[in-house]
Design a protein. Structure first.
Lengths: 297, 297
């Protein structure tokens, strides 16, 4: 019987140790930049992208150790995007993962630079022989290309831009889906793809896992929208009710709360069907899909 | 007789055409993000880093076509750093390259994202088979590793952090030099190193060219400090007198104006001595070194 809680704990433990070690680097300055980078990166969080990367590797018979640097790089890119999204000129958030946001704990300039630093450092680790996950330079280059595409102007950053532009506007369901596929879906999909590739998945497996990823990526966002309405701020470590305050288009606002819940369940069902060709080694991915709609934070 | 003006014009022309073509990409959103990225990137400028990359390749018998994508990526990273440095939370500049800064022409959120987008896109081009300069994956990975190191927390970003922290403080000459070696020197040095490596330079040549780069990188900054005092704002396309206003430590403020000029000349002399083993193919690098202290913008 697969136990998600102990799985997540053991994988997070492995991950946090490696992440802390990777960020144990010298500073050429006062140390303030590195402190701001470490503050935001090592403050917990769900670590969803690294866990999905590991679980995808395991689903095809691999292990977390085969994609550890990549998992760290994915979380560094995710964290940089949170730091920049929280800035006063963007979402102007004061609380993240239960702590003051980076620009509140340090200052705006430090937060901008800490974000820049984390993105750049992620690419440094992915490209440096002493860190890379594969001994095949061509595969490492492919990973960098896929990740920078997902994180960039045709992925996450465009999604954040659409998010900024959509505030106060009436989005259609299609427009809302496009926003989320770019803002969060692209990075979730590439996390799963990288884990699978590093563990030697074949092209059919990669395709099924990417389909799984697209469904749970969107389900995760629908669930996030629902939690922003119904969630407990203390439990979630960030403010709730903010979407409504910013007049943001969300699944509950477009569909209503119950139909939004039904839509999330439907997406999770679709994601589980993509995993049918896989054996019990894909149980972590199956459990994560179910967890997405059952979580309360 | 080598003519720097026509050399710079022909290399800039080649470069601008390629840069414009590279940025002719689809947008998954409203187009605003890509517009902001193109606005700042395609607004002229000296293109010093790409030109140095070309000139280093040529100094060892290569050609600009061998390092074109790398040169574009270096300028994209430089432009992203200018966009973020100009933000209200950082240097709060209104004018850049004779035009409103990105956050003035668009808005702060767009400028933050345009910077993020340019950095990410640079890494995408460097890692993508349809764009990369070398057919050797290992060399391409090495370039990404060198560039992301120079641009990151142990290079340019740390330099910008030191710059923010040093405002209103009395820096020593050593501290000022460390700031500039990080903030501008690291990217100038890596620009020259990448051009040389892509053109097949040997390790002795790379070492001499890196020494040349370190000297002219610092000379360029000393000259910039001098121009901030003595320069013509209209000619330079940006405000002057700003260092004094921000109470920044500069070479003129620490050494006096004439000794700062003498220091810049001394650095250029040192850079020229590093080029002694090279033949006339290094004349562009020689002329650029002299241009740095003779320019008026």
């Amino acid at each position: 019987m697969f136990e998600l809680k102990s799985y997540l704990e053991s994988r997070r433990d492995l991950f946090e140790k490696k992440l802390d070690a990777l960020l144990n680097i010298p500073s050429s300055g006062s140390g303030r930049l590195l402190s701001a980078m470490r503050y935001s990166l090592l403050s917990g969080g769900k670590r969803l992208r690294p866990i999905l990367c590991f679980a995808a590797a395991e689903a095809v018979g691999g292990s977390p150790s085969q994609c550890m640097t990549t998992a760290c790089a994915l979380e560094m890119i995710h964290t940089y995007s949170l730091i920049h999204d929280d800035l006063p000129a963007m979402d102007d958030d004061n609380l993240r993962r239960g702590m003051p946001t980076c620009h509140k704990a340090f200052d705006e300039a430090s937060a901008i630079l800490a974000g820049d630093g984390l993105l750049t450092l992620a690419l440094y680790f992915l490209s440096s022989p002493s860190h890379w996950d594969s001994s095949d330079p061509a595969l490492n280059l492919t990973l960098i290309s896929l990740i920078s595409h997902a994180a960039g102007q045709q992925g996450m950053i465009e999604g954040q831009m659409l998010d900024m532009e959509s505030q106060g506007k009436n989005l259609s369901l299609d427009e809302l889906e496009q926003l989320h596929r770019l803002k969060t879906g692209a990075m979730i999909t590439v996390s799963i793809r990288c884990g699978a590739m590093l563990a030697g998945a074949n092209s059919h497996q990669i395709q099924s896992l990417e389909n799984y990823a697209a469904h749970i990526g969107l389900a995760f966002q629908v669930a996030d929208d629902i939690l922003n309405v119904t969630g407990n701020s203390a439990l979630m470590g960030k403010a709730t009710g903010t979407d409504d305050k910013l007049n943001k288009a969300t699944y509950p606002s477009l569909l209503g709360l119950e139909p939004a819940r039904a839509f999330a369940r439907e997406l999770v069902d679709k994601s589980l069907r993509e995993l049918e060709p896989f054996d019990a080694k894909a149980d972590p991915l199956r459990s994560i899909a179910l967890y997405i709609i059952e979580r309360n934070r």
